[in-house]
Design a protein around this ligand. Structure first.
Ligand SMILES: NC(=O)c1ccc[n+]([C@@H]2O[C@H](COP(=O)([O-])OP(=O)(O)OC[C@H]3O[C@@H](n4cnc5c(N)ncnc54)[C@H](OP(=O)(O)O)[C@@H]3O)[C@@H](O)[C@H]2O)c1
Length: 407
């Protein structure tokens, strides 16, 4: 039976989730989109109606406040919440889900506002409470985290007994023609990139300086790009859940102009999250910068090119010689925009959020407790990726160190 869903967050990703849920009335019978600014929800609702013919409801909510969330959930009575607000709201929304008996899904792990530190420990601490309440919380159902975790689970199920190394490659080959803009929330994006990098090897985290390691990789659909080693949240759960894993790293591409701007921003202290005194007001430099930068939602119509995100996985089967598979998706910015009014970075996050919710609503993935994506059966998710707009390839490959040596 089709279910009611409540989507929280009306940014680029919320726009895609609303459009994609509306495309599947047999799964999502009734959709409410709520966010801090109701007018943004209303604008998305008009577009959803124009594109899909479906009416969706809208509401205002401050998701930092549990009582407001509880009141809204009691009014809407959804089966589950799709949280695509900011990572700061994860815990308040999980608390409200527990109080009202509603399932939960998000795309990014909790991060305290005053500390640029994202870790699963806060959300994993909800495990017993969700299990005892008979509720499910699905964590990180975007692309990375999300699809990248499912690609690893697929590799383990269909190719390997043991996975030895994983390299996650995230390439955005899109060009918006502006000197500097971020493709999703600038505050979250810049906090992620300016931190020290980290990868996991032989049971330990190895810390690196920001942008310390660079490689050039030839991405299908995009071409040759420089990519840099970063910390990314899916490594925290994958290093626990992949048997035999010896090393996992994450790489993201950046253009020269983007890095130059970031360096200047950093040198000026504009990426700081420490409040400063300015003309009698306290302001946070990074939040001030966010106000100056283009709204990521405005990049949709002007972004051309493709994203290519995937996993290079090496391992063994039946005690044989190590071999490598490369599993990836290519997504076109303009096609994503035509379908949902958002560019590919929002599209590649919003579609997997809808698929995770679909598998929960259909009971395919539904199970009490707090789950990371690689802990569920990858097959139905991989099937839906192909059917819902993010087709993937799974090919024989060489280890990353052979195709793109260290520079
Ligand atoms: N896993 C992945 O692959 C992946 C990739 C990209 C992004 N993400 C995650 O996806 C989420 C959404 O990203 P986005 O690019 O859509 O961000 P965005 O454009 O900044 O949108 C965030 C939305 O959340 C709303 N919001 C913020 N605080 C709120 C609060 N206290 N109460 C209610 N609503 C609130 C904002 O409201 P206002 O409009 O009023 O500001 C905005 O509409 C983020 O958590 C991001 O980290 C995941």
């Amino acid at each position: 039976m089709a279910k009611k869903v409540l989507i929280i967050g009306a940014g680029g990703v919320g726009r895609v989730v609303a459009h994609k849920c509306a495309e599947y009335p047999e799964v999502f019978s009734d959709i409410t989109l709520a966010s801090r600014t109701k007018s943004k929800c209303d604008a998305i609702a008009v577009d959803v109606k124009a594109k899909t013919g479906r009416e969706i409801h809208t509401a205002q909510v401050d998701a930092d406040r549990v009582p407001e969330l509880v009141a809204l959930i009691r009014e809407v009575k959804p089966f589950m919440i799709i949280n695509v607000a900011l990572p700061y709201q994860d815990l308040t929304i999980m608390d409200a889900c527990l109080e009202t008996g509603v399932h939960y899904l998000d795309t990014a792990n909790y991060e305290p506002k005053d500390e640029a530190k994202f870790e699963y420990k806060w959300q994993w601490a909800y495990q017993d409470r969700f299990r005892e309440a008979g509720l499910m919380a699905l964590l990180g159902s975007g692309f990375d985290p999300g699809v990248t975790n499912v690609f690893c689970a697929h590799a383990l199920k269909h190719h390997f007994d043991e996975i030895h190394t994983v390299d996650i490659l995230d390439c955005n080959g899109g060009d918006h023609g502006l000197p500097f803009a971020t493709n999703f929330n600038p505050e979250i994006n810049i906090r992620e990139i300016t931190q020290n990098g980290r990868y996991w090897e032989n049971g330990h985290w190895v810390e690196t300086k920001p942008m310390q390691y660079r490689r050039t990789f030839d991405f299908e659909g995009v071409g040759k790009k420089n990519m840099y080693l970063l910390y990314h949240e899916e490594m925290e759960s994958l290093c626990r859940n992949l048997p035999g894993l010896k090393r996992i790293r994450f790489w993201m591409t950046f253009g020269e102009s983007y890095l130059k701007h970031l360096e200047v921003i950093h040198n000026l202290g504009l990426d700081s999250i420490e409040p400063i005194e300015f003309e009698g007001h306290k302001i946070v430099p990074l939040q001030f910068l966010k106000a100056l930068l283009p709204d990521p939602a405005s990049l949709g119509p002007r972004t051309k090119g493709k994203t290519n995100i995937g996993c290079i996985v090496t391992g063994t089967k039946g005690g044989g010689k190590p071999f490598t598979r490369y599993i990836y998706n290519i997504c076109d910015h303009q096609e994503a925009y035509r379908e949902t009014g958002a560019q590919a970075v929002s599209y590649t996050t919003g579609v997997p959020a809808m698929i995770g919710a679909k598998l929960m609503c259909e009971s395919t993935w539904l199970e009490s407790g707090v789950w990371n994506m690689e802990q569920r059966d990858p097959d139905p998710f991989m099937r839906d990726l192909n059917a819902c707009g993010l087709p993937w390839k799974d090919i024989e490959f060489k280890p990353l160190d052979e195709v793109a040596p260290q520079q």
